[in-house]
Design a binder for this molecule. Structure first.
Ligand code: OAD
Length: 255
């Protein structure tokens, strides 16, 4: 199968799942986690920044790092790949966008309610009582590596934490259930820009494949998901997804 075949499958889809990872936002300038040289986990230690223990040990280090990332995400703009995903949703009768990304670029490109499997940079909550907390004022995010004391919960005074999933934590139950259900029911699943290494999220394309869905992958590199994909389109999200939309539906491609 090549891009033209993938486009034919997509054009016929009734129930589509688009499953995205950090590579989806790479061309918006948001760094991925595992790409050599540029990946966040290449230059930072996830154990020191992305675990409940790390937050407990040094809340200002962890809060500052996530606030830096929130600033970067806020300043980033959706790319042509995000817009192509929104176009797909307008063309296919039922589309569910499932993302591991904690930015809001799918939403800003017009995908109404993506399922955020790993939470969001824009939904802080109390680390003790889970009460949602207001976002600190925009424009006050620190630079990379700068510590910043987290605000205190308005209800119980415990430190506020980022609304993301950390290593060792369960995924938000409702989001994971919605994702599995959508993967179970879909006829086509498009996996974009994920290394497929982090579980249980990486199960989602596999659920679709096991149920007989056609899995299409967009990624410049090989991934462990290659094995379950009917077609592997080796290229970047911002280049391949608009091409796929054009090939599936003609000139409806976003710019
Ligand atoms: P990774 O950094 O592990 O993988 C990014 C993938 O995107 C790689 O396979 C790249 O080849 C691919 N890629 C890079 N640039 C691309 C582009 N322009 N277009 C398309 N693909 C591109 O990111 P994720 O798979 O999202 O979890 O990582 C999964 C989870 O691991 C994240 O949600 C995060 C991280 O630890 C938590 O923080 C809980």
């Amino acid at each position: 199968m090549d891009l033209a075949d993938a486009a034919t499958v997509l054009a016929r889809a009734r129930r589509l799942v688009v499953f995205t990872g950090a590579g989806m936002s790479a061309e918006s300038g948001v760094p991925t986690f595992r790409d050599a040289l540029t990946g966040l986990w290449e230059r930072c230690d996830p154990q020191a920044l992305a675990t409940p223990e790390a937050f407990h040990a040094d809340p200002a280090l962890v809060w500052g790092w996530y606030e830096w990332r929130r600033g970067a995400a806020r300043r980033a703009e959706p790319n042509a790949g995000h817009r192509a995903v929104a176009t797909m949703a307008a063309r296919v009768p039922e589309t569910v966008v499932i993302t591991q990304n904690v930015d809001d670029l799918h939403e800003r490109a017009g995908s109404a309610a993506p399922v955020h499997l790993h939470g969001s940079l824009f939904a802080p909550r109390c680390s003790a009582c889970a009460q949602p907390a207001p976002l600190p004022d925009a424009g006050e995010e620190p630079g990379e590596g700068r510590r910043l004391a987290p605000p205190r919960c308005g209800r119980c005074e415990a430190p506020v934490r980022p609304g993301v999933v950390w290593f060792g934590e369960a995924l938000p139950e409702q989001a994971f259930e919605a994702a599995v259900e959508a993967a179970y029911r879909c006829d086509v699943l498009l996996t974009v820009g994920t290394s497929g290494l982090v579980y249980p999220a990486a199960e989602i394309p596999q659920v679709a494949a096991r149920r007989g869905g056609t899995v299409i992958q967009v990624n410049p590199e090989e991934t462990p998901l290659d094995a379950v994909c009917a077609v592997n389109l080796r290229g970047s999200a911002a280049r391949v997804l608009p091409a796929l939309v054009r090939a599936a539906w003609g000139d409806a491609a976003p710019t």
